[in-house]
Ligand binder design. Structure first.
Ligand code: DGY
Length: 323
């Protein structure tokens, strides 16, 4: 029997690409250049599985392409707001993602951004790099203490919980969270976490607010001008979720006018073309979407996709089926 045809849209860790080559008739993307809409349509017509990632918009047009051959889309990423899930469902195309394996690394980056923002690390590093540091000073670059402060989490899924553990057990932080669905009580107890009834209550109480909700239409600009105005002037906003959860114009205004003290961002509206206003600010830590970017995690994400498509081609239910 011939091997299933699999198309991978970007470069993956070598170890996983080697596995793919051994198991499938695979088309890799050695140049790592994102595929165009036409190339993605052609891929849908010529492969049994498409393996895209969070930078590939898999729209209804692409999914509905005539003579589609693809039966499974194995997304390399836990977030799948790049895929039109309703179109996939309607067309009976199975979609999988890569949960669990990136939880700790993404929470680490959220914690890194929190610390960078609190302690004014971007501004401090810039001072050194620009050769403007003239020596230690008692009032130089005073930031905010992190230990013992209150962290408010918007969303309380795996990554939020991992961050809460690091913050609570490592930094003695008090944990607040806001989530519409019922949380796991054992974790709430372990972290002595408090659930806020409203987003507004969390925003006005927390010293640090970290976003951990999915992207997409339901959360677009959840953090807008009105909500930013509820935060403490000494507060910091951290985003490792999806860029469009924050109205970036409103955040730039808030950072410029001092409604909040700082922000740490790993994701951006319209990334990689971030709002140029961010580049003019000293009180924002900017990272290029590296939440899951460790060798171990990216390899594990690839292996997760491998397991999902292997299950599918063996006629079994993939572990990480989304639709
Ligand atoms: C994801 O998986 O959704 C991240 O944004 C990239 O690792």
């Amino acid at each position: 029997m011939s091997k299933p045809k699999v198309i991978v849209t970007r470069r993956w860790p070598v170890e996983v690409e080697t596995q793919l080559k051994a198991l499938y008739d695979v088309q890799l993307n050695e140049s790592d250049t994102p595929m165009s809409e036409d190339e993605l349509k052609l891929a849908m017509q010529s492969a049994d599985a498409l393996l895209p990632t969070v930078t590939d918009p898999i729209t209804a047009d692409i999914i509905n392409v005539e003579n589609r051959r693809v039966k499974i889309i194995g997304n390399f990423g836990v977030g799948y707001n790049n895929i039109d899930i309703n179109a996939a469902k309607e067309q009976g195309v199975l979609v999988t993602n890569t949960p669990h394996v990136l939880t700790d690394c993404t929470a680490d980056i959220a914690m890194l951004l929190l610390l960078m923002s609190a302690r004014r690390a971007p501004e401090a590093e810039r001072m050194v790099l620009n050769k403007q540091w003239t020596g230690w000073g008692p009032t130089q670059l005073l930031g905010q203490k992190v230990t013992g402060k209150t962290l408010g989490l918007i969303g309380f899924g795996r990554i939020a919980q991992a961050m809460a553990r690091k913050a609570h057990h490592g930094f003695g932080m008090k944990i607040l969270f806001y989530v519409p669905s019922a949380p796991d009580q054992a974790i709430v107890d372990e972290l002595k976490a408090e659930r806020c009834d409203t987003l507004e209550a969390l925003l006005s109480e927390a010293h640090f607010v970290s976003l951990h909700c999915p992207g997409g239409a339901a959360t677009k600009h959840l953090i807008n001008e009105d909500r930013l105005r509820l935060m403490r002037p000494s507060a910091h906003l951290i985003n490792t979720a999806r860029g469009d959860v924050i109205d970036s114009d409103a955040l730039i205004k808030a950072l410029k006018e001092g409604w909040i003290a700082g922000a740490g961002l790993d994701v951006f509206e319209g990334e990689p073309n971030l709002n140029p206003g961010f580049l003019t600010l000293n009180n924002v830590a900017l990272l290029p979407h590296i939440g899951s970017a460790s060798e171990e995690t990216r390899t594990a994400m690839g292996n997760r996709v491998l397991n999902n498509i292997a299950a599918f081609f063996a006629g079994n239910e993939p572990d990480d089926r989304v639709v």
